[in-house]
Design a protein around this ligand. Structure first.
Ligand code: ATP
Ligand code: MG
Length: 424
């Protein structure tokens, strides 16, 4: 049984618990073991005079982080952490740990991130760390529930592709039999093709691969993207879905992850909808017109913008020339029907209404210096009837990082891949 299922009111009941030896205190005639399982901690108390001789002997020799199974009687005990302890009848060592440990599971000795990631299996035994991933699991569930309720179909698109989504250099080439192929940097082209297929509303939660050259605290080389694409709507339509989705995710985490938030010492506030919207041009003005119109907002600009706008907000109507070819322009063609969702200075999502008119799309591809032929598999889907459509891509780890105030995106990935790390 899980530790969390036991209460002091079960005084006298026989229970079986299993987990890791978190701590041992040997006071000679009395041994305390703190057993840790997925849900928490239980104190196992072994008074020499009361417990079986063999059990006591075994407990004396136990090494921390060994996996044990204990069968015993619950005893109400006000001094114990949960108001009870377990007096064992039997104690089995299911798997013995070696010593010394590569990493401390108790919070006593801080370790640097590299050491932690090198020993991630052990790092993840720490409740503060596993709580992040329990919350991440809730977040993905909430996203799925929300989108299903809105009539979205979950899809899986290829991760091995022949063409770069947006051209560019952020690609991992792989050898694919006699040919060269790439790991996909985004499901963009495929989710658009599905609009031509008539799926109308699709979403995908899957890996994206980006050969980001530089290690930053906001970039991974393998990240998880939540992508939607929706027909018969525009950028405004999918912005509304995005803000309602984010609010719903926060709400679910607040109500369903109380324990994890407490462990992480986070008080989460559900953001009000609609989120604030400012245009790119307004952002430039807010920044004192120091950035020439048309230039991208770099980290420094976004940081200074975040001192003027708090929390979660949209930056809309970006210059067309700094957005990808599939983004639709406004009537004033210098501006696009695009948006980024920001959390302070961190970009959480990018989206837009898409260019669905074949001729214009082909022109855009050419204008970006890309080859129309290599996009034929995609462009074909625009020649035989495709509805107007819009969508976005939301970085799941960015969202977790922002929501939980993590200082490094690596904290939001079980086994992060970065410029120097491909293992474990
Ligand atoms: P940035 O400018 O922050 O590098 P981007 O504009 O290149 O991001 P998009 O192509 O717009 O990224 O991808 C959509 C979303 O996917 C981003 O808003 C972000 O949340 C997430 N994302 C993109 N690249 C990465 C990455 N290398 N690591 C983690 N998340 C990423
Ligand atoms: Mg972007």
């Amino acid at each position: 049984m899980r530790s969390s299922a036991i209460t002091p009111e079960m005084d006298g009941a026989q229970v079986t618990v299993a987990g890791w030896v978190h701590e041992i205190r040997d006071l000679g005639g009395l041994i305390f073991i703190v057993l840790r399982d997925r849900e928490g901690f239980v104190q196992i108390t072994l008074p020499k005079k009361v417990v079986d001789k063999d059990v006591f002997k075994r407990a004396k020799k136990i090494l921390r982080e060994s996996v044990i199974k204990v069968e015993g009687i619950v005893k109400k005990e006000e001094k114990a952490p949960n108001g009870f302890e377990i007096i064992p009848k039997s104690l089995d060592i299911l798997n013995e740990s070696q010593a010394p440990l590569p990493l401390e599971v108790t919070e006593k000795v801080p370790a640097d991130l590299d050491t932690r990631l090198d020993n991630r299996f052990m790092d993840l035994r720490r409740p503060k760390i596993s709580s992040i991933f329990k919350i991440k699991s809730q977040v993905t569930k909430s996203i799925r529930d929300f989108l299903h309720n809105q009539g979205f179909i979950e899809v899986q698109t290829p991760k091995i592709v022949a063409t770069a989504t947006e051209g560019g250099t952020e690609l991992f080439p792989i050898s694919y039999f006699e040919k060269e192929a790439f790991l996909n940097q985004s499901p963009q082209l495929y989710k658009q093709i599905l609009m031509s297929a008539g799926f109308e509303k699709v979403y995908e939660i899957g890996p994206i691969f980006r050969a980001e050259e530089h290690n930053t605290t906001r970039h991974l080389n393998e990240a998880t993207s939540v992508d939607i694409e929706m027909s018969f709507t525009d950028h405004e339509g999918v912005m509304q879905i995005l803000e309602n989705l984010i609010a719903r995710v926060y709400e679910d985490v607040v109500t369903k992850c109380e324990k994890e938030l407490e462990i992480l010492e986070i008080k989460l506030e559900i953001p009000d909808t609609p989120f604030q919207r400012i245009t790119y041009t307004e952002a430039i003005e807010l920044l004192g017109n120091q950035i020439p119109w048309g230039e991208d907002l770099d980290l420094q600009a976004l940081k200074s913008l975040a001192t003027k706008i708090e929390g979660i907000y949209f930056i809309t109507d970006w210059p067309t020339k700094i957005k990808p070819f599939y983004v639709m322009a406004h009537e004033d063609e210098r501006i696009s029907k695009s948006f980024d969702l920001m959390h302070n200075y961190i970009e959480l999502a990018s989206g837009a209404q898409r260019e669905h008119r074949y001729e214009r799309l082909a022109e855009n591809i050419k204008a970006k210096g890309l080859s129309v032929e290599s996009f034929d598999f995609y462009l074909k889907a625009f020649r035989y009837g495709i509805p107007p459509h819009a969508g976005w891509g939301l970085g799941l780890e960015r969202l977790i990082m922002a929501m939980l105030g993590l200082s490094n995106i690596r904290e939001a990935m079980l086994f992060p891949r970065d410029r120097t790390r491909v293992s474990p």
